[in-house]
Structure formats: C-alpha cells, structure tokens
Design a protein around this ligand. Structure first.
Ligand code: HEM
Length: 290
C-alpha cells in the first residue's frame, strides 16, 4: 500500500468511530471515482443505453458475490450488525432490470470485463478469509447506492427516456423509506462492530481497495465501450464509402418516388403504397448497381 494511504488510515484511526474513519480514509478515492469517464457521463446527464446495460451486467456479478458472502457470514459478529438483506439486497432487482433490457435469455447475453471478475473474486476471498472486511465492501456499495446513487437513478431515467421503474429497479429501495435515516442507522451499526486495532486498520485498507476496484471496473467498462464505438465508426466509414457512389444518385430518385406516392396517398391503401415503394426502391437500386 502507498505511504500516503497508510498515513491517511493512521490519521483516520485517531479518536473517531468506524463510520467517520471509513469516510475520511476513502474521501480521496470517492473524488477519483466521481471523476472516472463513466461517472462524468452521468454527471453531465449523458449516459447511454450501452453504458447503463454494461454497468448493470457488472453490478449483477458484484452483488451476486457480495450478497452471497454476506448471507454466508450473516451470523458473524462483524457482519450481523450491518446485515440488512430485506432493505438493501440488489441482486434480484438487477436481474429484473437485465431481463427488461435483454429479455428472458439475459444471462447468456451478459458481458463482463475482467475488472468485474477480479472484484467478484476479491469479494469471495474476503467472505472466506476475512468476513470482518465485508463491512468495507457493503459500505462502499450500499451507502453509495443510497447517496449519489439516487441522483444517478434519476439521470438514467431522464437520459434514456425510461418510464418510471422500467429497467431502473437497481436504484429503488422500496423497504427504505428515508435513505438519510437509514444511512444514520447503518453508520451506528457499523460503529457497534468490535474490532481490534489490526482488524480496524484492515477494514479501512479494504475500503480503499473496494473503491479502487470500482474505479478499475468503470475505467475498463468505458474503455471497452470506446473500442466498440471505434470499430463501429470504422465499419460505418467503410460501409459509407462503399455505398456513396450508388446512394447519392439513387437518393434523388427515391425522393421523387416518395413524393409521387404521397400524392396518391388518399387513393391507395397504406400497405400497397409501402409495397410499391419497396419495389420501386429495389428496382432503382438494381439499375444503379449496374
Ligand atoms: C457520479 C458519481 C457520484 C456522485 C455524484 C456521488 C455523490 C455522493 C454524495 C452527494 C454523497 C453524500 C455525501 C454525504 O452524505 O456526506 C455520497 C456518498 C457516498 N458515496 Fe458517492 N457519488 C458518486 C459515486 C460514487 C461511487 C462510484 C461510489 C463507490 C463505488 C460512491 C460511494 C459513496 C459512499 C460509500 C458514500 C457514503 C459516504 C458516507 O456517508 O460515509 N459514490 N456520494
């Protein structure tokens, strides 16, 4: 770990409770997470459907690992106080959102970057070897979802023109009537966990790691989208060049055909006009191809 982070953790440990320490120690990471390309798209109100769908796929894998680890360790003394499956569990909601976007075979259509798999793997390791660190991961995700995440939900809905609730269940916590009050309760439960100094230091370090894993995931996800859109652009450019010579001339003729069909619209049923239009456009295409 970097010396700066070690110093931050040591400063945070002095005289304060876990919830304050964890917030202090991840402050700088939070700023970095907010400034990733993906989160900046959100803050500019310009999230794309592809960005949101890919994010949901990754979140599914992360919450699957996190909630499995929490369930397995539900009675562990460092987990029980912050175990709120009814209020917080996200897995089922994300699954429904994925089904909304990808249909019933959403599981086969999921794409997940390597960073997501590393994140999920770390969650499994923590669940197995250090259940007391789960508080760091649960804090990072759930309290984030209940804080800035609520704003992100509204931005997603607006950017994608989704109707209330459609594909947006991830952001909704029906069993939490006041996110602020719930966060207060959650912090007080975090503070009730008894930890040795060594464990506390480990939890704080793990919280920094949890933010780092999120940042890596956002970056990789954004990179994969950029490379997909680069390839798309290249394919589109080649396609456009290939088509340009025939399309330009054909377009003028198409326009005339459509104008002609508009004139006779009151006399001809719609499907016949469509059929005629398709036929004429095909014929024009064949003529120009030769
Ligand atoms: C567009 C990006 C984001 C914005 C605008 C944002 C905004 C906020 C805001 C306004 C708060 C409330 C601060 C307070 O109560 O003092 C907050 C809290 C929090 N955020 Fe974010 N956030 C973003 C991204 C993230 C990400 C990516 C994570 C982690 C993966 C995260 C984790 C948290 C956590 C854990 C808290 C609770 C802090 C605490 O009260 O201890 N946030 N965020």
């Amino acid at each position: 770990m970097e010396t700066v982070e070690k110093n931050q953790i040591q400063t945070a440990i002095v005289d304060s409770e876990l919830s304050e320490q964890i917030k202090a120690v991840t402050k700088e990471s939070h700023v970095r997470a907010e400034n990733t390309e993906l989160m900046l798209s959100y803050q500019r109100g310009r999230v794309s459907l592809q960005q949101y769908q890919l994010l949901l796929c990754s979140l599914y894998k992360i919450y699957e690992a996190l909630e499995e680890a929490l369930d397995t360790n539900a009675s562990h003394e460092a987990v029980a106080p912050i175990y709120f499956p009814q209020e917080l569990s996200r897995l089922e909601s994300i699954g429904k959102d994925l089904e909304y976007f990808y249909g019933r075979s959403w599981r086969e259509k999921m794409t997940v970057p390597a960073a997501t798999l590393r994140y999920a793997q770390r969650l499994r390791e923590v669940g197995r070897d250090h259940p007391e660190y789960l508080v760091a991961h649960a804090y990072t995700r759930y309290l984030g979802d209940l804080s800035g995440g609520q704003v992100l939900g509204r931005i997603t809905q607006k950017s994608l023109g989704l109707k209330s609730g459609e594909g947006l269940l991830f952001f909704s916590f029906p069993a939490v009537s006041s996110p602020n009050l719930f966060k207060q309760l959650y912090r007080s439960r975090m503070n009730s966990i008894e930890l040795t100094e060594e464990q506390r230091s480990g939890v704080l370090q793990e919280a920094v790691t949890a933010f780092e894993l999120n940042i890596q995931l956002f970056n990789e996800l954004q990179d994969s989208l950029s490379s997909v859109s680069d390839t798309d652009n290249q394919t589109r450019q080649r396609h456009t060049q290939h088509q340009q010579s025939t399309t330009t001339a054909a377009a003028a003729a198409d326009g005339q055909v459509c104008e002609a069909l508009q004139i006779s619209s009151s006399l001809m049923p719609r499907f016949l006009r469509t059929l005629l239009c398709v036929f004429v456009v095909l014929a024009v295409g064949v003529v120009y191809a030769f």
